[in-house]
Design a protein around this ligand. Structure first.
Ligand code: ADP
Length: 543
């Protein structure tokens, strides 16, 4: 081999904000704040603040590799944390505030977060948990002095005071591009949440290719509806500066009216989120006979997109709805619907067959389908297999979790997604089932096994199973199927009351059915496939 004569410059997250400030300095970042008003500034304004933040973190004694937790909505201060933390070699650990409090406690302790940055909304949550969060040395509230709340938190700091005390003089350090930049836990499957530790290299490469696949340019105005605590908002806080695109951050207002007003006021051209959010937006538009004057493209993923939604966006509103598939473990984007060649000549109705699939793999993502024995199955559009992936932005192991890591890879190092799929000869992935025993409601996971285990604790219940049923608003909702103990007659209400003491409200099953017995496999495991078949036509009262 002959070695190339090109510079070996590291791909670092800090280079993105440097680039945007220098070449797209006047381009805006607009945020709906938690305090109320719209905040607007530019990439050139954001850069010195990320440096003040970095200086403050160093003054607080934070060292490269330390994890810094965030509990925040999509806003400019959270954006600054993405860069100020990672830029000096610390790890930006975004935490999903919608998780069950036990899970949040587990995550902060497992990650050993030394500081927590929290939006005003989440102060009461942290007050409740702080005594159990032993690694946390201080909580920084992301607001200014005027909005600092009364709080019982023992060591609390004000974000704007912290920045104001610092100089913006700082040269970003250079280090290995494989060093960690951010951390996000996935609660996707059962057991404890698992940490996905992204590197600077994976983050930059994933941002580059995703920007390309999403056809993002410096003329775009992009609004990530997917939260910044959910797999780095699907790379948008990184790819917007990379492209010099204006960034619009929606804060905590996800309802149809707020989103439509923000899109129109800021000239949003491109947005991204889970189907549930778009359903609410479409309903609002329909009820109020509204149109979009600037929105052109929308990325939808996290759950399968319904045909009616794609049609409504495309035919009524002139917005291209691109379906994508991904996982926290893969940064998260794995595939997007990209029509090309002959597919573009198909009649519109036939094109929808492809638009509803989960799309073609992004450049750099390798995919294979395997059967139960690990043999590869054909990409013929009919043969099903578990999807295994590899690539430079796919995890190589979970953070400090050997057991989870051991279960997640095949002997050649491919990552097992737990999704059962087909791939057609044109290369379009289609998710047809799931190995993982979970339900995905409005983009968030509900563990069926957790609920089943809780039910076993009920004095009148012998056995329980939870399956997901399709739901028009939430994509999926849980149905609880229980076998009462002999001679006992628990009621639906009693069962739900019992669970409501233990579960967040949105995780409660939508319906309960009582059966004399449940189907089992030869090894005694619950046969969920059979149950899904049996209850396929069950109508949830909420649907
Ligand atoms: P995210 O919700 O950001 O995609 P998660 O890690 O929470 O990431 O969830 C990943 C899982 O969600 C996938 O393994 C798959 O089961 C499901 N999923 C993601 N996108 C889709 C999609 N477009 N259609 C069907 N299921 C999807």
């Amino acid at each position: 081999m002959l070695r190339g004569l090109m510079m070996d410059r590291p791909l670092l997250v800090s280079s993105l904000i440097d680039y945007a400030a220098r070449y797209h300095g006047g381009t805006e970042i607009v945020s709906r704040t938690i305090e109320g008003p719209i905040h607007r500034y530019s990439y050139a304004d954001a850069l010195p603040r990320t440096k003040q933040l970095a200086n403050a973190l160093r003054r607080l004694g934070m060292k490269p590799g330390d994890r810094i937790g965030t509990l925040g909505w999509n806003g400019f201060r959270h954006f600054e944390l993405y860069y100020g933390i990672s830029g000096i070699g610390l790890v930006c650990h975004t935490i999903n505030p919608r998780l069950f409090t036990d899970q949040i406690t587990y995550i902060v302790n497992h990650a050993a977060d030394r500081l927590l940055f929290v939006d005003l909304t989440f102060v009461p949550l942290v007050e409740k948990l702080v005594n159990q969060l032993s690694p946390v040395e201080a909580v920084v509230i992301m607001t200014d002095r005027a909005h600092m709340p009364q709080t019982t938190l023992p060591k609390v700091l004000c974000y704007e005071d912290l920045l104001a005390a610092e100089s913006d003089e700082l040269t970003w350090p250079e280090f290995d591009e494989n060093d960690a930049s951010s951390l996000c836990y996935t609660s996707g499957t059962t057991g404890n949440p698992k940490g996905v530790l992204y590197s600077h290299r994976s983050t930059v490469l994933h941002g580059l290719v995703t920007a390309l696949a999403m056809e993002m340019t410096n003329r775009d105005v992009i609004c990530p509806i997917v939260p910044m605590f959910h797999a780095n908002a699907w790379a948008i806080p990184y790819l917007a500066p990379m492209c010099g695109a204006k960034l619009v951050l929606p804060g905590a207002a996800y309802d149809g009216a707020s989103l439509h007003a923000l899109f129109e006021a800021e000239g949003v051209t491109s947005t991204s989120g889970v189907p549930t959010v778009w359903l609410a937006l479409l309903r609002h538009m329909e009820d109020n006979k509204l149109t979009f004057s600037t929105l052109k493209r929308l990325l939808v993923g996290g759950s399968a997109v319904p045909l009616a939604m794609v049609k409504s966006f495309e035919e009524t509103h002139g917005v291209r709805a691109t379906h994508g598939w991904g996982m926290t473990e893969m940064s998260p984007v794995g595939s997007l619907v990209m029509l090309s060649g002959k597919l573009l000549d198909l009649p519109k109705e036939r094109q929808y067959d492809y638009k509803l699939k989960q799309g073609r793999a992004l450049y750099c993502v390798d995919m294979k389908l395997v059967d139960a024995e690990g043999n590869e199955v054909a990409h013929d559009g009919a043969s099903r297999g578990e999807l295994l992936v590899r690539g430079p932005w796919v995890i190589s192991g979970y953070y400090n979790d050997q057991a989870a890591t051991d279960a997640a890879f095949d002997k050649d190092g491919w990552f097992r997604t737990g999704d059962v799929c087909t791939i057609c000869p044109e290369g379009f992935l289609q998710v047809v089932d799931r190995h993982k025993d979970v339900i995905k409601s409005g983009g968030e996971w509900i563990s069926s096994i957790d609920i089943e285990n809780m039910m076993i604790g009920h004095p009148d219940i012998a056995e329980a199973a939870v399956i997901g049923l399709p739901h028009p608003k939430w994509a999926e909702r849980p149905l609880l199927i229980v076998v009462p103990k002999a001679g006992r007659t628990p009621t639906r209400e009693a069962v739900l009351d019992y669970l409501s003491e233990r579960l967040a409200k949105w995780m409660l099953p939508d319906d309960v059915v009582f059966v004399p017995e449940l189907p089992h496999t030869a090894t005694g495991k619950l046969q969920k496939t059979k149950l899904r078949e049996q209850f396929r036509d069950h109508k949830l009262p909420t649907a």
